[in-house]
Design a protein around this ligand. Structure first.
Ligand code: E4P
Length: 215
């Protein structure tokens, strides 16, 4: 399973990259806005130089023509760039055209299996079902991942499943057990994946025992 970092924060990306922990980055308009009024293209280019893998950057146009224009522009930023397009009718039209041009597309804001299937049929490289936001409204986000995995396997779709809206380590574990291709997570969740109290207690005990004899 690949781990992506779901952030546009350069410090977090640099830190996670130094652990050898991340295979890519996902951004969205909210995450970009959190970084202030940065130069969008320059910022994405910088992320691409830190991470040796796909970096998702999202269009903000909502009509097909506008999405096509923005997507072609974003795709020029760096070879690592994957263009994020929302799962709407205009989005599907854009995905079909852009994927034929060889532009890699991450279809975002997926909340149902048919949406994922349509995105795959349009030629998307990646689909991003948002599990946390489904959990937030008392649905089972992980059940959606299971459905999409089963459907893509039934028909041999090469489209990768990226778990978005990850809120805690169990989303990552359950997604890995189901066989999702990628999990994108906030830096906080990546930190939580490392931590275990028994690791800390064990280390403390080792050091105390060592000191008793060798110091
Ligand atoms: C996915 O690529 C999205 O950027 C992201 O996971 C959305 O998550 P949120 O529900 O925490 O905003």
């Amino acid at each position: 399973m690949k781990f992506f970092l779901d952030t546009a924060n350069l410090n977090e990306i640099r830190e996670a990259a130094s652990w050898g922990a991340i295979d890519g980055v996902t951004t969205n308009p909210t995450l970009m806005a959190r970084e202030g009024r940065v130069d969008f293209k320059e910022h994405i280019r910088t992320i691409c130089t830190i991470v040796n893998g796909p970096v998702s950057a999202e269009v903000v146009a909502t009509d097909t023509e506008g999405m096509l224009r923005e997507a072609r522009d974003i795709a020029q930023i760096h070879p690592h760039v994957m263009v994020k397009i929302p799962c709407t009718v205009d989005g599907l039209k854009a995905i079909r055209i852009l994927s034929e041009e060889g532009i890699k597309i991450n279809t975002t804001l997926i909340f149902t299996a048919p949406q994922a299937l349509l995105a795959a049929k349009a030629g998307a490289t990646v689909v991003s079902p948002f599990v946390g936001r489904l959990d937030d409204i008392s649905h089972q986000g992980m059940a959606l991942i299971e459905q999409i995995r089963q459907i893509f396997d039934n028909y041999n779709f090469p489209t990768q499943i990226l778990i978005g809206s990850v809120r805690h380590p169990m989303h990552v574990v359950e997604g890995a057990l189901i066989g999702a291709d990628i999990a994108t997570m906030p830096f906080k969740v990546l930190q939580q994946l490392v931590k275990h109290p028994l690791t800390d207690i064990g280390l403390e005990r080792f050091l105390k025992d060592w000191e008793k004899v060798f110091k």
